[in-house]
Write a protein that binds this ligand. Structure first.
Ligand SMILES: *[C@@H]1O[C@H](CO)[C@@H](O)[C@H](O)[C@H]1NC(C)=O
Ligand SMILES: *[C@@H]1O[C@H](CO)[C@@H](O)[C@H](O)[C@H]1NC(C)=O
Length: 87
């Protein structure tokens, strides 16, 4: 079963359209970690659980990126690649 609650509690840093064309979204690892740290540590973000963030701000993504089936497949493939099994 797809662990939806776990997925939804994660804030996701979405790569910008620019990054898909090969340009790195961040210039350093430190800068790249800022949005994840913001989502993990900032207070008051609970109502935004499961939403997308970029540059420490809420952002919107295309309908394709919000497709539940695609998200589930990404989750499955990620777990498979990492050797993680969920009961
Ligand atoms: C996708 O999953 C979310 C979270 O469970 C749910 O709220 C939403 O209605 C689903 N969307 C579709 C199109 O099934
Ligand atoms: C994800 O994995 C679960 C458990 O193996 C499976 O039931 C489900 O069909 C898979 N979903 C997709 C979209 O691959």
């Amino acid at each position: 079963m797809f662990p939806e609650s776990l997925f939804l509690t994660c804030c996701t840093q979405v790569l910008s359209a620019q990054s898909w064309s090969g340009t790195p979204p961040c210039s350093t690892a430190r800068e790249g970690a800022q949005t994840s740290l913001h989502c993990a540590l900032a207070e008051g973000l609970e109502p935004l659980s499961g939403k997308y963030f970029s540059d420490c701000k809420r952002t919107w993504v295309s309908p394709r990126a919000r497709n539940n089936k695609t998200a589930e497949r990404l989750w499955n493939v990620s777990c498979e690649l990492l050797g993680i099994r969920w009961e």
